[in-house]
Design a protein around this ligand. Sequence first.
Ligand code: FAD
Ligand code: DLZ
Ligand code: SF4
Length: 532
Amino acid sequence: MATETGGALRIVLGDQLSRDVAALRDLDPAHDTVLMMEVADEATYVPHHPKKIAFILSAMRHFAEALRGEGIRVDYVRLDDPDNTGSFTGEVVRAAARNDVSRLVVTEPGEWRVLQAMRDWGEETGRDLDIREDDRFLCSHAEFAAWAKDRKALRMEHFYRLMRRSTGYLMEGDTPVAGQWNFDQENRKRLPDDLSVPSRTVFPPDEITRGVIDLVADRFPHHFGDLEPFGFAVTRADALIALDAFVVDCLPRFGDYQDAMARQEPFLFHAVLSPYINAGLLDPREVCDAAVAAYEHGAAPINAVEGFVRQIIGWREYVRGIYWLKMPGYAKTNALGAHRSLPDFYWTGDTDMACMAAAIADTRRNAYAHHIQRLMVTGNFALLAAVSPEQIEAWYLAVYADAYEWVELPNTHGMAIFADGGLLASKPYAASGAYINRMSDYCRGCRYDVKSRHGETACPFNYLYWNFVATHQDTLRSNRRMVMVYRSLDRMDSQVVMQMQADADAFLTRIASANNWQRSYIVAANSLKSNN
Ligand code: FAD
Ligand code: DLZ
Ligand code: SF4
């Protein structure tokens, strides 16, 4: 296809900010050009949190500076360039025309919709196109497909053991260190009232970040989320400082309080490293190496380190494997027939449910909520309220600084709302208020009574939960992991069950009638999504 003799145009996307990413590997500074593009489509196909946009654009600008510092030519398109077409494809076409290049070299993206567009870039530009596998992950597509082939159930725990063996992390020969694969049983402690939680390292904005913050404030004033204060690391050097701080200050108690939630503590002992790992500032291997080294030096216990390593080499690799194995059909399933609109309070935080209000307020402030908030509060509510998969997924993709579809979709569609019918989770992660009460201090200050199942002041999670269990019995009763739940339902007074179902109906009708502005927001976002 190519007729020119120029070098390669090496394209780096906003979540590919690793010096050794596949597209940069054999770069020839004398002939090649690196293309980086700030484009409006990527900020608006869902209305991303302003802090996320600022994080990505600032990290991109710092990465470009670092490449230039090595003497590499970088063609960098800014969001406010008057000729910016607003899309990846438009910018690739323009860049191919203005640079002397005979081929395009790219690393596969993290989203199906971008891969679809990328596949046309060769034809659009008249250049050869080389799409390289993203080998920053520990498990290749082929390895995951080989593992999945002929298996009835694709359970994470089985995949995780394969990964432990292939990486050698926490292994003594073929045996897991300390005699167990998984220490999850030890990782469900409630928070004692007097526990002190370490403060977090914040990285004050430099001049580049300040410029980006002003740009984002100007261009995306209506997006959900606080732009400031901004304290994310935007360089690899600072992300490494954040990693060190996590290992020293938080990792030792990461396991114990992994499932806990607290009103005043949005981060607890979590790593808050996912934005950096997913954008490429940190490599998943070096993150695991640091945790394992802490264990080997006696600085962190096995339940913490095993739990942490499992999240990275287990869950993170597993959800990515599922995404690429099952897309594009995966996003379209709706196993429980969920159909309701996302309640407005996901965008406003205006709800009397203290747990939901806290998780949404944390999200608005930090573009972050930890896993249990995402899964057992906002995710659990969406599951019980039968929110349509498309709408809740657009929300998760928009609001978190670490969200890209390869990781957001399986976590939401599969883990949180069971829309894949159990491909990823062996049973729905549905829970009543009792779970939230056990694992948090939210209920203490809530206007609802977590001990009541029905009536005006009853906790909505209670009647929504039993309504969910009763509504889906045809589908879920045969699930072996649901036997105890259905035994409890069967023992309940049928009048009480009917009352809870009536309360659930009334509650869901009330929140649906309160919805107004959010619907048009998401419809607009989705129409942009389907145009891509
Ligand atoms: P920690 O709890 O400290 O865990 C350490 C690391 O393990 C994380 O940095 C992350 O790299 C990895 N990890 C942990 N759990 C998962 C998981 N389930 N899937 C993939 N990686 C994991 N994670 C994202 O990175 N992006 C998303 O868009 C995203 N969306 C989610 C949506 C829902 C509904 C749910 C339930 C979970 C989602 N997760 C997502 C997974 C998880 O909640 C986040 O990875 C985690 O909260 C990130 O914070 P942390 O760095 O403090 O993680
Ligand atoms: C999320 C995001 C945003 C907000 N902006 C950009 C951008 O301007 N330029 C860019 O290269 N990447 C951006 N990203 C990340 C992309 O959405 C991400 O690379 C794709 O979704 C593929 O994972
Ligand atoms: Fe959430 Fe119910 Fe507890 Fe209120 S009582 S915080 S709604 S679980």
